[in-house]
Write a new protein. Structure first.
Length: 328
């Protein structure tokens, strides 16, 4: 496993981390024993960075992770998230910080995160969403700074709203965030324009989510596949979305074959290596549901980099599809 600096934090984090959303149970049935086996296998293989959130099963993902870490002696960093108070998701331009992230709410929420994770200081606390409208007066980030001074958390982060990821650039330049969590993958390459270069300039840590575009970039979901109703992907891939994505995945597969690498690399490995090729990325956090996926995804770190010619070719798969909101 290779390790990278998480921005200016001084922490060395595994370049492949653990995405803990499915552990909360919103991706169809998830047996906690599978989650526990996945986490243990990942830590055995050198992983030291896990992402979770209140929203992943109302703390279920956090509690499963805490249970595993109680039994382990390794240093493992956990990044969790506080959502805005109930209201539109993502927050609209008309939302106010007073309504969505007031101080009493943030303080109480951080206490719950501490309790679920069984710690007295959070490694990373990310605000789970944001709007550019909050940039003028980023009071919630000032409150998180105070909580940091009080010893409740170490690093402050924001997970970008998918329709306006660049809204965090201004905050990065103003030194408000230590880390950002962004979508960056073979279909969503726009962060290469601004967020990733600015992260380098400002020493902001970069956590990359949704490397497989919710599984489809692994190449295992073909046209016509349907997800069970209790899997959030039944909304995400509603209508013809999965079929359109699957067609594009076949074009990626063809590029890998043309490079003569289809025997050496799975599409999941290509997806992970594409993200890791950017030097601004600190860690990529594929969602992992079982020990087998932990093995597959973590072993990628020790594989050779993608050839430069293939990397350049894969740029053509940037897909300006707008945003697919769940259920719309
Ligand atoms: N707003 C936010 O802050 C936000 C939003 C989304 C995600 N996240 C974070 O980012 C993490 C990653 O994103 P994600 O989990 O949504 O999606 P993802 O990483 O794009 O896809 C993960 C899914 O792909 C499948 N998979 C994983 N490894 C595989 C492999 N080697 N081969 C084949 N299939 C594999 C698994 O589901 P199946 O086996 O069921 O297909 C897994 O749950 C999340 O877990 C969460 O921590 C944050």
């Amino acid at each position: 496993m290779n390790y990278r600096k998480l921005g200016n934090s001084g922490w060395d984090v595994s370049e492949v981390g653990f995405g803990g959303w499915a552990l909360g149970g919103q991706w169809g049935g998830q047996d906690d024993n599978d989650s526990i086996a996945a986490l243990n296998k990942a830590i055995d293989l050198g992983l030291n960075f896990i992402d979770t959130a209140e929203g992943y099963g109302n703390g279920r993902s956090e509690r499963v992770i805490a249970g595993v870490l109680r039994e382990r002696s390794e240093q493992v960093y956990v990044a969790t998230k506080t959502p805005p108070k109930p209201g539109p998701w993502p927050p609209t331009p008309y939302c106010t910080v007073e309504a969505r992230y007031p101080e009493d709410y943030l303080r109480a929420n951080v206490e719950t995160r501490l309790k679920n994770l069984g710690t007295d200081c959070l490694d990373v606390l990310q605000l789970h969403s944001w709007t550019r409208a909050f940039n003028r007066d980023p009071a919630p980030l000032e409150i998180l700074r105070r909580l940091r001074q009080e010893g409740k958390l170490r690093l402050i982060g924001i997970s970008t709203p998918e329709q306006d990821q660049n809204c965090v650039v201004d905050l990065m330049r103003r030194g408000y965030v230590d880390v950002i969590q962004i979508i960056y993958n073979l279909f969503e390459q726009e962060p290469a324009a601004e967020i990733l270069p600015v992260a380098r300039e400002t020493g902001t840590g970069v956590i990359v989510r949704v490397v497989f575009d919710e599984g489809v970039l692994t190449g295992k979901y073909s046209k016509g596949h349907t997800f069970p109703a209790d899997d959030f992907r039944s909304d995400y891939f509603a209508g013809d979305r999965l079929d359109r994505a699957a067609d594009r995945v076949e074009e990626i597969r063809a590029d890998v074959a043309e490079a003569g690498l289809s025997r050496d690399l799975t599409l999941a490995e290509v997806a992970l290596k594409f993200v890791l090729a950017h030097p601004s990325v600190s860690t990529v956090i594929p969602g992992i549901r079982n020990a087998r996926q932990a093995e597959l995804n973590l072993s990628v770190s020790d594989r050779p980099d993608l050839p430069a010619a293939l990397l350049a070719k894969l740029r053509r798969h940037n897909w300006l599809r707008g945003v697919w909101y769940a259920g719309k």
